[in-house]
Design a protein around this ligand. Structure first.
Ligand code: KIV
Ligand code: NA
Length: 275
């Protein structure tokens, strides 16, 4: 496999070749995704929910994101690595936004960053891009706005909201974003955005008419059992497999069948007579 870059992102859209993206938060998973040949890996702030057990993404800190970005970077060779900027890391000022985006690159080993929002963040996007850090946008259901939305709902369903989404997308493109994640928007609106934008759209709950798709790896592997949104397809049920494996371990151990001969080290028992 070849190294996937932000240039590959643009080329993929031009060639109408779908872009694959998955999240990862640790070295082991990063190695598996790399072996499978995924185009891009997002160290998502979904980290907070699926790895750290927070109720939502709002408690995730820069230090937590950097810690996990470093782990993923050690296991990734070919995928484009994108660090997800957490709540409050790009909201206060342009300066803080650039500083924090830079930490993902300099400390984390990421190659790009993602942040949520449209008009409200274009000044930050422009400044981060100016600092030579590629930015992926994120519109639609932006989980860091949970308290404003009043819950997780599909976005852009009326004309006004759809127009705002289109305007936001064009602003992000104009500010230099190399792509935009569309989360939980109707498929027809996602399709329109795809055609109006020169940069790729990456959908999650945005239907099939996108330039690429992203899923949370714990969701698509069936590892996260607290909830499973409609847009998730579980390509494996590793959660079930893990529970069965642990139960079998407990049973075999209790029955004296584990460890067996092949798992056991030996020495000459006579040596122990000297003790
Ligand atoms: O944090 C995350 O995993 C994300 C993706 C779902 C796009 O933002
Ligand atoms: Na996120």
């Amino acid at each position: 496999a070849e190294k996937f870059t932000v240039q590959s992102f643009r080329a993929a859209k031009a060639a109408q070749r779908p872009i694959s993206m998955l999240t990862a938060y640790d070295y082991t998973t990063a190695c598996l995704l790399d072996e499978a040949g995924v185009d891009s890996v997002l160290i998502g702030d979904s980290l907070g929910m699926v790895m750290l057990g927070y109720e939502n993404t709002l408690r995730v800190t820069m230090d937590e994101m950097i810690h996990h970005t470093r782990a993923v970077a050690r296991g990734s060779r070919n995928a484009l690595l994108i660090g997800d900027m957490p709540f409050l890391s790009y909201h206060i000022s342009v300066e803080e936004a650039v500083r924090n985006a830079g930490r993902f690159i300099q400390e984390g080993g990421a190659e790009a960053v993602k942040l949520e929002g449209g008009a409200a963040v274009v000044d930050k996007v422009r400044a981060i891009v100016k600092a030579q850090i590629p930015v992926l946008g994120h519109l639609g259901l932006t989980p860091q706005s949970l308290n404003v939305f009043g819950g997780f709902k599909v976005q852009g369903k009326d004309v006004e909201a759809a127009r705002r989404l289109l305007d936001d997308a064009l602003l992000l493109q104009d500010a230099g974003a190399f792509g935009i994640v569309l989360e939980c928007v109707p498929d027809a609106l996602a399709g329109l955005l795809r055609r109006r934008l020169e940069i790729p759209t990456i959908g999650i709950g945005a239907g099939a008419d996108c330039d690429g798709q992203v899923l949370v790896v714990q969701d698509m592997l069936g590892l996260f059992r607290r909830m499973r949104p409609k847009f998730v397809k579980a390509y494996a049920e590793l959660g079930d497999a893990a529970v069965s494996a642990v139960q079998e371990y407990i049973r075999e151990m209790a029955e004296g069948r584990f460890p067996a001969e092949e798992h056991t080290f030996h020495m000459d028992p006579k040596l122990l007579e000297q003790l």
